[in-house]
Design a protein around this ligand. Structure first.
Ligand code: NAP
Length: 247
């Protein structure tokens, strides 16, 4: 059980990649905080699934863009399981428009959730990770942060921004024995990909050497490895999990 006795917080864990990470962590012995913003029933289903496999979990509501709400989440996690050992900043969204049509609101909402949420959660759990044995900060970025993508100036900017943040926090954590890394998935079959038209999905598929989109399970095992004590000599890295796409 690679994550036994570890308290793991996964943001945006009610659906998609975050749900897969939370369940993977639970299966490997972690106590898991399943964060969600609006999908309460789905978050509770994730908790039930973890408990059915013998793990322990709680659902915690917080919009990661709201620092006070994230502070409340941190208190709830500590009172249930104690300080966090692992934080996965996974919560994210897209508001796609060509730059010409992108309003200030479209820009700001994506920045507030994808970058502001990463700041808020890291800020609230930072001391826990500093003090933990083998603390882990894991930021879920994207191949889009590496390549850019038509219609995603706001999203690509936030996903690139995660790289600079991760490398810097990795340096600041280095003396503590804790690490910070990014996992940068390619295109993964979730609700987020479903929002992309069939025509654009076909164009993306042509650029993937492995000739298929990722399933959530293609990502979760790698995140579990990064969360484990086995990854201790790796920090400040970007793990590209994208079916062989270049960047
Ligand atoms: P998804 O299926 O749309 O799920 C998004 C999750 O994030 C949901 O659980 C949602 O919770 C949560 N969320 C959204 N805004 C939030 C907020 N303000 N506060 C708290 N939770 C919030 O997305 P996904 O495809 O799993 O993506 C997860 C992460 O992977 C994102 O950071 C995304 O950028 C990244 N990624 C995805 C892909 C892909 O192709 N799917 C590729 C590369 C990277 P509620 O439902 O409760 O609102």
């Amino acid at each position: 059980m690679t994550l036994e006795d570890r308290t793991c917080v996964v943001t945006g864990a009610s659906r998609g990649i975050g749900r897969g990470i939370a369940k993977e962590f639970g299966r490997h012995g972690a106590s898991v905080a399943v964060n969600y913003r609006s999908s309460e029933a789905a978050a509770h289903e994730v908790v039930d699934a973890i408990e059915e496999t013998g793990g322990e979990a709680i659902a915690v509501q917080a919009d990661v863009a709201d620092n006070d709400a994230v502070a409340g989440m941190a208190e709830a996690v500590r009172s249930a399981f104690g300080p966090a050992d692992v934080l996965v900043n996974n919560a994210g969204l897209t508001v796609d428009r060509t730059f010409k049509n992108m309003t200030p609101e479209d820009w700001q909402r994506v920045v507030d959730v994808n970058l502001g949420g990463m700041y808020n959660c890291t800020h609230q759990f930072f001391e826990d990770i500093v003090d933990a044995d083998c603390g882990r900060l894991i930021n879920i970025s994207s191949v889009v942060g590496q390549q850019g993508n038509y219609g995603q100036a706001n999203y690509a900017t936030t996903k690139s921004g995660m790289f600079g943040f991760t490398r810097t926090i990795a340096l600041e954590l280095a003396r503590t024995g804790s690490t910070a890394n990014c996992v940068a998935p390619g295109f993964v079959r979730t609700d987020m990909l479903d929002e992309v038209s069939d025509h654009v999905q076909e164009q993306i598929l042509e650029r993937i050497p492995l000739e298929r989109f990722a399933e959530v399970d293609d990502i979760t095992g790698i995140v579990r490895f990064v969360a484990s004590e086995d990854s201790g000599y790796m920090t400040g890295q970007i793990l590209a999990v994208n079916g062989g796409m270049e960047w």
